[in-house]
Design a protein around this ligand. Sequence first.
Ligand code: C5P
Length: 435
Amino acid sequence: MGVTGGIAAYKAAEICRRLVDAGAIVSPVMTTAARRFLGEATLSALASEPVRTKLWGSAEPIPHTLLGQRADLVVVAPATARILGVYAAGISSDLLSATLLATRAPVLMCPAMHTEMWENPAVADNVATLTRRGVRFVGPGVGRLAGGDLGAGRMAEPDEIVRAAARLLGASSCLEGLSAVVTAGGTREPIDPVRYVGNRSSGRQGYAIAAELAARGAAVRLITTVASTLEAPRGVDTVEVETALEMLAAVEAELGLGVGSAPGGTDLLVMTAAVADFRPARPAGEKMKKAQGIPALELVANPDILARVGAAFKRGGPGGSPTGPVLVGFAAETVRPGGPALVDLARGKLEAKGADLIVANDVSLPSVGFGHATNAVVIVDRAGRVAEVPLSSKEAVAAAVVDAAQALLAERGRLCGRPDRDFPRDFAPPRKKDN
Ligand code: C5P
């Protein structure tokens, strides 16, 4: 467990205690700055191993390789902008950064910093680089920061961090042997060879879900419209598509629903993509010229991919039998005051699509969904369970979505070994209307 120098270091004591309580052997490594916020003696008393602070001068000749090689997981809580930068750049400047470079274990970063720092493009780039390399993040959330400011950058709560750590330690192969298809990005519907009708989806939420599934051992096929702008997560196969029709064909081929396609063995379909509902009826074969006047764009409806798959597996309506893959849909809503609550809109979509889970977000809220690094969602299932994920990183939302899907896979007896322990506990009874 790495502890760096932020005010949230005081929470490291609680995280350490909980990890030890859960049976982990915790070797704390504190940076120089961390020791200004948290007493070495406090952490030593709570941890199962002595606190280490220095690369040099200890009894062990090479403490970083020792720690790095022995670890099953490295958790850095809090993680400052500095440690993210140093790690992203591959610099070994103290015991913690050296240990991070010397480990092959999964790494969980729990960033904590001021909003301005968290949103700084340099920090965002470092987070993106580390995420691409398979480093896991939990938080930060939005809340009160040092000095009384309110904003994004507050370290995730100890409970959330310990759960993420437990998942990485115990559940890293819990989806082993399962196959998942994830769609990501917004479709582009051509008007002519250079113009298209599109939407603001960045694809990041879908990529985060694909990464989470792969990290838990699933074989993942990512059907994406943004292959040229986002790097595929480690271990994920991509299929590049552009239009809704191409996406439909790719999904059906994967699921064995296409004409002449082989029977699919897909266990899970996550439709994160923002699929255009309409497309230009007759895209022009050549670039439209301004001189030809303003064209009237006639639109026709696109197929609803999720609803088609839902219907193919006969999920629609009460008593729909849970055969075929677990189907997860997304719902981007703009919730109006006095209108239906997000959770009710999500439930409606569950029925309309024949899906098993709907992940809904209110995209009219700041920092939520399309184009942002963060998201806030409610997840509903057909049994009436609801999980709410407050404003968090898209990686944290991905973990919650995969937890929920994993719970359904477990209920259907699809998980080979370990039963799911996490998500049912998280499911809360449906809340009262909250808008
Ligand atoms: O109906 P709405 O577009 O809000 O539904 C969103 C969900 O349905 C998403 O999971 C999206 O990927 C999926 N969808 C689809 N085909 C469409 C439109 C949406 O599969 N044509």
